[in-house]
Design a protein around this ligand. Structure first.
Ligand code: TXA
Ligand code: MG
Length: 345
């Protein structure tokens, strides 16, 4: 049985937070909202509790977890060799959608760090997440609250439908503001490296700490180039439908997709196109609109993929987006959900 709490972030019910915090303190699992995606949490320092996360998600055990904290002092308990650049990132972007990788202290169990000698830490800004972390007074390990490989949940109904009865508690707390997982930044070397792009962009980071590199494996589907974040190597963000990214000039893209849709109709394959609101009228078949700008696309993307599954579409075509700002994170997730299948219009 899963204990469900519905919490309004504008009027937080502290009693419900206390009940969910108690579940975590007892070594059990609770799903909670963050500003990025919903997280599936357990006490990061308790191996048995962390094991329950991997079981609930069906997650490979070499994929390390992000540890969520309430205040900066907790970083010193979990990590060592904290550089000046790390302090600058924490001061400028926390609480918020960025995770930093540091050398871990022994207190962090190897199950939490996926056997690595580093630990990923993040201070979320979502007020429900913050209240929960404060109330438990524990560092909470929390991956995205999806079954491993599926799109990450960004709406209460996603977690309820996918995870009810797989975890001990769920806090339903509305829609996630950013909608894509946090930026993951490796700060264990002098040159910081982005292991997973997110809403805090390379440009945002460079304005604070100077040169930042992007893990070359991120932009390459070649299996021989190994991603530095273990999670990035797995098939990910995949709906049941087959996803294709269609690139090129807007009008050509629409024409190409419309042709493909008619071919699919003949084969009795149900098809939907993900597009910007302004392009909706260019398409003849079913569409799901992603919004008017890159921020909205980020916030709506996983919901769109999950909706496509619910509506039992066989094929999803999506427009592509410029790799600027959060566009880089959007394209990273889209390429993975499409298994790198790209059509040039
Ligand atoms: O926005 C987020 O980060 C969400 C919310 C819930 O906070 N969490 C999340 O966790 O996305 P997860 O487990 O789905 O993704 C964590 C990513 C994985 O790609 C993992 O391999 C990488 O971070 N990671 C974690 N610890 C790492 C480490 N020590 N070294 C390298 N990569 C690490
Ligand atoms: Mg995930």
């Amino acid at each position: 049985m899963t204990f469900i709490s519905k919490i309004d972030e504008k009027n937080i019910d502290k009693e419900e937070i206390k009940k969910q915090a108690e579940i975590l303190k007892q070594g059990n699992t609770v799903i909670f909202p963050t500003e990025t995606v919903y997280g599936l949490g357990a006490n990061a320092l308790d191996e048995n509790a962390v094991k329950k996360i991997y079981e609930a998600k069906g997650r490979p055990s070499d994929n390390p977890l992000i540890v969520h904290i309430y205040n900066k002092n907790q970083v010193n308990e979990l990590a060592k060799d904290i550089s000046q650049k790390a302090h600058l990132v924490m001061d400028k972007f926390w609480p918020g959608p960025i995770t930093i990788i540091l050398s871990k202290k022994d207190i962090v169990p190897s199950r939490t760090s996926g056997g690595l000698d580093t630990v990923a830490i993040r201070m979320p800004s979502n007020v429900i997440a913050r209240e929960l972390l404060k109330e438990t007074n524990l560092p909470i390990a929390a991956p995205s609250a999806n079954i491993s490989g599926r799109p990450s949940p960004t709406r209460g109904n996603h977690v309820y439908e996918e995870m009810n009865n797989r975890v001990d508690g769920i806090i339903l707390g509305g829609d996630c503001t950013f909608g894509l997982e946090s930026t993951v930044l490796d700060l264990t070397n002098d040159l910081p490296i982005i292991l997973r792009p997110g809403s805090v962009t390379k440009e945002n980071l460079e304005s604070v700490i100077g040169k930042v590199e992007i893990d070359p494996a991120l932009e390459n589907k070649d299996d021989n180039i190994k991603a530095k974040a273990p999670g990035m190597k797995y098939k990910h963000y995949s709906p049941n439908a087959d996803v294709f990214i269609v690139c090129g000039d807007e009008k050509k893209v629409a024409k190409r997709i419309n042709n493909l849709v008619s071919e699919n109709n003949i084969k009795e394959l149900r098809t939907v196109t993900l597009c910007l609101l302004k392009n909706k009228s260019l398409y003849e078949g079913d569409t799901i609109t992603l919004g008017e700008n890159l921020e909205e696309v980020a916030a709506n993307l996983f919901n769109a993929l999950i909706m496509a599954d619910k509506e039992k579409y066989d094929i999803v075509y999506t427009e592509s987006f410029p790799k600027i700002g959060v566009g880089r994170a959007i394209m990273n997730r889209l390429l993975k959900s499409a298994g790198y299948k790209i059509i040039e219009a």
